[in-house]
Design a binder for this molecule. Structure first.
Ligand SMILES: Cc1cc2nc3c(=O)[nH]c(=O)nc-3n(C[C@H](O)[C@H](O)[C@H](O)COP(=O)(O)O)c2cc1C
Length: 238
């Protein structure tokens, strides 16, 4: 499975089976986390076999069997949320390639029960639940997913341009369409103007900058290369 396949098959999974993640996958995840932490100056952490953050029924509504998660920790900085989105989604797609289930979790977990190591000047922005799942979604998972899922926006609703856009831009937008976003709002608006791509969010809620980082990674993957500048409204160099 390549990254494009991972984008196609990924969907949020909320019911996990009680089977530890296999050792070879743990090693792969840890190496990737170390790499993105270096690249993004983050402190993401893999917490294994500890489901306490998902034990409170009230706080972790909709989830069951979560025993592992990635703590999304980093230094307080105005780009922190966007970087967490970009690098966190890199891990999500890699986990999908390995056949693991994932779900971004911004709200429905017990923050106080998280055992992440959070240093002075750092924050825990959220977690990504990760682990083994049954091949097909359970009925409850489907119900929750239907509850949250609004109809997916069309690609045309997600960008503006006064000119004809190239095929690589359309491919990038198709990958953005499949990106996870908080309550499936798909809030990131792309622009193609004089051959230059940019992406921005209104910043209406605390999750939008995470969604921005996630959407940027999907765009870059779909467009098969190119590099983003960091920041809301920043540009993409193909
Ligand atoms: C930043 C962020 C925060 C999220 N927080 C939660 C959450 O607290 N609880 C939850 O059940 N799902 C959460 N989700 C998952 C979204 O609901 C899900 O990505 C969206 O409905 C699209 O569905 P899909 O991921 O299956 O494509 C979050 C997603 C993102 C990107």
């Amino acid at each position: 499975m390549d990254l494009m396949d991972a984008i196609d098959v990924r969907c949020s999974r909320r019911k996990y089976v009680k089977e530890s993640i296999e050792d070879n996958k743990v090693v792969h995840l840890k190496n990737l986390i170390e790499k993105v932490n270096k690249e993004g100056d983050l402190n993401l952490q893999l917490i294994l076999d500890d489901g306490r953050a998902f034990q409170s029924l009230k706080k972790s509504y909709g989830f069951s069997g979560v025993e592992n998660y990635i703590g999304l920790v980093g230094k307080n900085d105005k780009l922190l949320r966007e970087k967490i989105g970009y690098y966190g989604e890199k891990i999500v797609l890699e986990a999908t390639r390995m056949g693991l289930g994932t779900c971004w979790v911004g709200g429905t977990f017990d923050k106080d029960a998280c055992t992440c190591d959070i240093k002075t000047g750092e924050s825990l922005i959220g977690v990504i639940a990760i682990g083994n799942v049954k091949k097909n979604s359970s009925i409850k998972e489907k119900l929750i997913s239907n509850l949250i899922h609004r109809k997916t926006k069309t690609v045309e609703q997600m960008y503006e341009s006064k000119e004809e856009v190239p095929a690589w831009f359309k491919d990038g937008m198709k990958a953005v369409q499949k990106a996870p976003s908080a309550i499936n709002k798909q809030p990131v608006k792309f622009k193609f103007e004089n051959g230059i791509v940019s992406a921005r969010v209104n910043g209406d809620n605390e999750y939008e900058e995470i969604d921005l980082g996630i959407a940027k990674l999907h765009f870059q993957t779909g467009a098969k290369g190119g590099k983003w500048q960091w920041g809301n409204g920043a540009e993409f160099i193909k």
